[in-house]
Design a protein around this ligand. Structure first.
Ligand code: PLP
Length: 399
């Protein structure tokens, strides 16, 4: 009898009790709107911003309605206009080009390497086309940020980091989101903290921060923030910045604050699971693990491997056979977008030139989610199933 995995790839852990209690307190008093405070009260949202800013060493932080909203707000705060080109990753999730398109701006896709990070040579080649890069640390893979920043500085490109999968991660000791001018994070259920929906934006730039606060819908209540620039920074902006309402509320912030306090511990738990998966599938014939560079401090909340240069039918076969044994693999090479997975040529509002080297990598990327409800034994079992099915298909193909 072959082993079958019976867990759920979409089941996260419950909200910590402290978060549930804090949320109930907010519901009992009823002041869910972030600016709805009584004398002497500091809103949960303002506290969350202050705590998150401190955790990544940022001067300013703004909590918003989603990660996608954080990214579009970041681009607006940098002055991106309709028709402007914005560089971004070809390997990313749909809300990233979507954030660019939401401003009427035009994504210019940069390729992906076999390490699943942005292709720095391609970035250098396309660097003259835009002055903003929306850099997605897709699936938690961080490129050589020192090299990337050198390229961007040379081209005069400002970098916005999409850290939906890298909250808690770092490159060379610098927290992810702190290399560029703005870092954006998601608090959506499948990311590293869970309030259903939600986002955070950090920066050290007072003018950018003030714009973002106004854009998010602060009205003239920005002085109730604890991690926003001083009122002087709003002096002119308050008249010229539209309110594009997308605030976070106190209920979500209440749920998030205890999770933020636990983040480092949770990241270690993710990484133990990641390592079990990695060790379990390493050296499977036909399968390549993604070697993580030493300067990268990862958060292994998902796991990828490459079936590079495989026939599409064989990859499909692996996906099907693993599924039959309870293991849900996501294949980024599928020609049609499926569930959360899509690729640059399915975003037809943003036509791209052909990228054969990128297509080759995308065609081989296989991905699984690693929720913390998986035990280490679960991960070892999942790895055995993947190893078994990949080996079986590979051997049949090469026989
Ligand atoms: C989830 C995700 C986002 C957007 O986050 P939302 O909070 O869902 O808007 C952005 N980028 C990547 C890579 C993501 O996975």
């Amino acid at each position: 009898m072959s082993e079958v995995f019976e867990g759920s790839f979409t089941q996260q852990e419950p909200i910590p009790e402290a978060g549930i209690e804090a949320a109930v307190r907010v519901m009992r008093h009823g002041r869910l709107h972030r600016y709805n405070t009584v004398a002497g009260e500091v809103a949960e949202t303002a506290l969350l911003e202050q705590e998150f800013a401190a955790s990544v060493g940022a001067k300013y932080c703004l909590a918003v309605a989603s990660g996608g909203y954080a990214m579009s707000t970041a681009l607006r705060a940098l002055g991106v206009k309709p028709g402007d080109k914005v560089l971004s990753n070809a390997f990313t999730l749909a809300p990233v080009p979507g954030a660019i398109a939401s401003l009427g701006a035009v994504p210019v896709f940069v390729g992906v390497t076999e390490g699943l990070t942005i292709d720095l040579d391609d970035l250098d080649a396309k660097g003259g086309q835009a002055d903003v890069l929306l850099l997605s640390h897709m699936r938690g893979h961080i490129c050589d940020m020192d090299a990337l920043m050198a390229i961007c500085d040379r081209h005069g490109i400002r970098v916005v980091e999409d850290c939906a999968h890298t909250m808690g991660a770092a490159w060379n000791g610098v927290p992810s989101g702190r290399h560029g001018v703005i870092g954006c994070y998601s608090c959506q259920t499948y990311k590293h903290v869970n309030s259903g929906e939600g986002g955070l934006l950090v920066t050290d730039d007072a003018e950018v921060a003030a714009r973002a606060v106004m854009l998010s819908g602060s009205y003239m209540l920005y002085e109730r923030h604890l991690a926003a620039p001083p009122p002087e920074a709003f002096a002119d902006l308050r008249y010229t910045t539209p309110n594009i309402s997308g605030r976070m509320d106190n209920l979500r912030a209440a749920i998030l604050r205890p999770q933020l306090a636990d983040l480092a511990k949770q990241c270690e738990r993710w990484n133990a699971r990641y390592k079990t998966l990695e060790d379990g599938v390493r050296d499977t014939p036909g399968l390549r693990v993604i070697e993580r560079p030493a300067p990268e401090r990862i958060v292994g909340s998902s796991f990828q491997f490459l079936l590079l240069d495989w026939d599409a039918d064989k990859v499909r076969d692996v996906v099907k056979r693993c599924y039959a044994r309870g293991v849900e693999l996501k294949w980024f090479g599928a020609p049609e977008p499926v569930a959360f997975t899509s690729k640059y040529d399915s975003w037809r509002y943003a036509p791209a030139d052909a990228m054969p080297a990128t297509d080759r990598v995308l065609a081989g990327i296989v991905d699984i989610r690693v929720p913390l409800t998986f035990s280490l034994n679960d991960c070892a079992l999942i790895a055995r199933i993947i190893r078994g099915e990949v080996s079986a298909v590979y051997q049949a193909a090469s026989a």
